[in-house]
Every structure is written in structure tokens, then in C-alpha cells.
Design a protein around this ligand. Structure first.
Ligand SMILES: NC(=O)c1ccc[n+]([C@H]2O[C@H](COP(=O)([O-])OP(=O)(O)OC[C@H]3O[C@@H](n4cnc5c(N)ncnc54)[C@H](O)[C@@H]3O)[C@@H](O)[C@H]2O)c1
Length: 407
């Protein structure tokens, strides 16, 4: 029997009141990866290989990880979507996130009326293991990376982190924004991502528990791993006290200004993330973590036919929401079937010799302020791109030299 389509506002209020244990029953995909299964850079690069207890710490190397795999599996406060300015879903990681979150995500995004390049907007995560999705629109850098594109990409990371802090969220995962269909070269994009996050955390260390760079392609894994090894050494003196293990209660979130939506004002979200779950994320018990007020703007209206086509397709696929409970397994099967090799990442071949732990690293980032401004017209030509959704995170065995030879 088909179920009534869920109202996104009701669903959002219901979900944000659940604690992590109750939420876990709602995840569309049960292959989720809890935060404590993703080692920090420091844990991953422990100097004492004899496995003895790590001492010292408290530096940024406890704050960041590098993870290769599907961002939709990560159980964190927020995952970041590399969206298009209409926020109406499309392909790539955008498609994966919408597919995994369900149609309520699309409905809430539609109420936001788009997002400007470089800015960020936040929605509920719905069926995802992540409580929230922060949508940011990267620059289109096809064949040209000028200062504008570099600044816009840096703004995506800064504004996302600021939105995290404003909503008292403490664990976040980023994909490699703009390096897919938007054509930003992987190397400079990684530089911008790492330096921006590094500087922000250095000035806001108490506001963040973990930043995960969730790479998808072998190329990016090696780029990030090499850059982080150069950029971030764990030079925290041994005497530094251990960072809180996620057991400190974040201050009650301040209530935010009324949320506006295309259909008039929505009620103001109540503040107050109470305790944390045991893996360091903000958890709300009876209180919603406030949503930063978002000033929607007229929809760009310039979406390419194809783009909406993609979303329609994914909505049709995820139209299985009504039978989600019965079909949860089917959904996973669909995911697997739907996986087209976007790039036969070498790691896929290396899949059968999985052994490498994820690499994580120490990162710090500079201070900044952010705001959610009016949306800019989406001047991006949509492009067909097969989307690949790996079903497990993959750590390659391949050496950097091999990967560099390939590039
Ligand atoms: N026809 C379309 O509208 C269309 C087609 C393809 C992509 N897109 C998307 O592309 C635009 C954004 O471009 P972009 O380069 O910023 O994003 P992107 O094209 O999604 O690529 C960003 C990065 O995310 C990686 N990625 C893909 N799937 C996952 C996953 N499940 N988990 C983690 N990482 C993943 C991908 O390999 C790349 O490194 C948006 O319009 C968005 O909708 C749209």
C-alpha cells in the first residue's frame, strides 16, 4: 500500500528530535560509517608504531581525517553537497546525496530558492546518516581558474564551516567541491580546501570536533594524502592535554532568526543541541539544533532541461520512499545497480587488496564570516556525467608514484 508522501517540515521536526540511536533506525542505508570508525590524522600517523597509547595530542591533528569513499555513508553532524545554484539536485555527489536522503530533501531545497556561488545553505539530512546537509555551490572552473574561481571555492569551505559553527554542529565531511563536472583542477582545489580549512580551524578550534575530507577518486586520495603529509605535521608538544573526547556538552545553540521560505515565514527553529553522542557529534535531545536563517532568493530559473531531468530521474528512483521500509534492501540494490563507473578509480581494481587504513591528517583553517545571500543565476551548462556510488569506502594500496604516473 503506498504511503502518504511525507511533509518535509513535519519529517524534519520529527527527525531532529531523535537521538542518534533512534535515528539509526531511520537510515535508508544501514552500511553507515560512525565517526569513531574514521581515525584522525594523528591516530592514523601515530609515531609510536608499537601500538602503545598515544600521548600528547590536543592539536589540530585530532581534528581532521581523510577518508576515501561514499560521503552519504558518513554518520556525522553534516555532510556537504557540491550543489548547483538551483539546489534542485543534479548529478555527481549531488545526485548521490539526494538519492540517499529521499524526496524530503528535494522538497526542503525547493523552499530555499537556490544558493549563490560560494555561499552555503543548510537542510535536514532526512534518510541520511548525517543529521544535516550543507549545500554549497562551487565555481565553474572549466579550462579557467582565475582569482575569482579560487576565492569562490575558498568561500564554499569558509561559509560551510561558519554555518556549522552558527548551528553548533561539530563534525562535517566535505567532498572535493567543483573538481567533478565543474572542472576545477584537482591539485589547486585541494590546496584551497586544505589551506582554507587549516586557517579556519586554527582560529576556531573550540568550535569543531572533526573535519573529514571525503575523497572519492584515487587521484584525489593521493593528492590529499601527499599535501597533508607536507602541510600538517603533528607538532603539538607532548604535554598538551588531550582534546575533549566528544563528551563535552556544546553550549545550547542560540535560537536563530526566523527562517524564510518561498511560501512566507516558517516558524523560528528552537535552539539547543544538548548532549553529544559518544562519537563526538552534536546530538539533540528534545531540542533542535537551530537552522541558521536562510534568505532565499528567486530561483535562478536557468536550469538546463537536463539537470532537472536528472533530479526527476533520481526522484523517480527515490520515489520508492513510500515503500522505503519494505524496500530498504532494494534501495541498496538500486544503489549498487545504479553505480556507473564515473572513473574506474584504480582503487576499485585495488579493491581486493583492501588493507590500507584511511589516512587522516592535521588541518587548521583561518577565521572568516559568512552569510547566506541571494542566489545567483545558475549559468552552468549541465553536463551528462555518469554517477558512480561506491558501496564501500576503499583504501588503495597503490603508491603515489603509480598514481602520479597515471595522471
Ligand atoms: N546534469 C547535471 O545537472 C549534473 C551532472 C553531473 C553533476 N552535477 C553536479 O555537478 C555540479 C557540481 O559540480 P562539482 O564538480 O562541484 O561536483 P561533482 O561533479 O559531484 O564532483 C565533486 C566530487 O565529488 C565526487 N563524488 C561523486 N560522488 C560522490 C560520493 N558519493 N561521495 C563522495 N564524493 C563523491 C566526485 O568524484 C568529485 O570528486 C552540480 O550541478 C551537481 O548537480 C550535475
Amino acid at each position: 500500500m503506498s504511503k502518504m508522501k511525507k511533509d518535509w517540515k513535519t519529517e524534519k521536526e520529527r527527525l531532529l528530535r531523535l537521538d542518534w540511536e533512534e535515528r539509526r533506525k531511520e537510515y535508508r542505508c544501514q552500511d553507515y560509517i560512525p565517526l569513531d570508525k574514521i581515525p584522525t590524522w594523528r591516530e592514523e600517523n601515530r609515531s609510536n608504531d608499537d601500538g602503545s597509547e598515544l600521548t600528547g595530542g590536543g592539536g589540530i591533528s585530532d581534528k581532521v581525517s581523510l577518508h576515501k569513499g561514499d560521503i552519504t555513508l558518513l554518520e556525522v553532524d553534516a555532510i556537504v553537497n557540491a550543489a548547483k545554484s538551483s539546489l534542485l539536485g543534479g548529478g555527481g555527489v549531488d545526485f548521490c546525496i539526494h538519492k540517499a536522503a529521499g524526496t524530503c530533501l528535494y522538497d526542503e531545497c525547493r523552499s530555499l530558492n537556490g544558493c549563490e556561488i560560494g555561499k552555503a545553505k543548510i537542510t535536514c539530512g532526512y534518510d541520511l546518516p548525517a543529521r544535516y546537509v550543507i549545500h554549497t555551490v562551487g565555481p565553474v572552473a572549466k579550462n579557467h581558474v582565475g582569482q575569482t574561481e579560487r576565492d569562490d571555492l575558498a568561500s564554499c569551505y569558509k561559509n560551510t564551516l561558519m554555518l556549522m559553527a552558527e548551528n553548533n554542529l561539530r563534525t562535517v565531511a566535505f567532498p572535493c567541491i567543483s573538481t567533478g563536472i565543474y572542472g576545477f583542477p584537482n591539485l589547486p582545489a585541494a590546496d584551497i580546501a586544505l589551506n582554507t580549512v587549516k586557517n579556519w580551524i586554527e582560529h576556531n578550534s573550540e568550535k569543531i570536533t572533526r573535519v573529514i575530507f571525503c575523497v572519492f577518486l584515487e587521484t584525489d586520495f593521493h593528492i590529499y594524502k601527499d599535501k597533508m603529509s607536507e602541510m600538517f605535521k603533528d607538532n603539538v608538544p607532548e604535554t598538551a592535554e588531550e582534546p575533549p573526547k566528544g563528551d563535552e556538552t556544546p553550549p545550547p545553540a542560540k535560537s536563530t532568526a526566523k527562517e524564510e521560505s518561498g511560501d512566507g515565514d516558517r516558524g523560528k527553529e528552537e535552539a539547543g543541541a544538548k548532549g553529544k553522542n559518544d562519537n563526538g557529534s552534536a546530538a539533540s535531545e528534545g531540542n533542535d539544533v537551530p537552522m541558521e536563517s536562510q534568505n532565499p532568493d528567486d530561483d535562478g530559473g536557468n536550469e538546463e532541461e537536463g539537470q532537472d531531468q536528472d533530479m526527476t530521474e533520481s526522484r523517480d528512483l527515490s520515489g520508492k520512499d513510500e515503500d522505503k521500509d519494505e524496500d530498504k534492501g532494494t534501495d541498496n540494490d538500486i544503489n549498487k545497480e545504479a553505480v556507473k563507473e564515473e572513473e574506474q578509480a584504480p582503487a576499485q581494481k585495488a579493491d581486493d587488496n583492501l588493507a590500507e587504513p584511511t589516512v587522516s591528517m592535521e588541518v587548521a583553517a583561518n577565521n572568516t564570516d559568512t552569510s547566506n545571500d541571494e542566489e545567483m543565476k545558475d549559468s552552468v551548462k549541465s553536463a551528462e556525467e555518469p554517477d558512480s556510488i561506491p558501496t564501500v569506502s576503499i583504501q588503495p594500496k597503490e603508491t603515489t608514484e603509480d598514481a602520479e604516473k597515471k595522471e
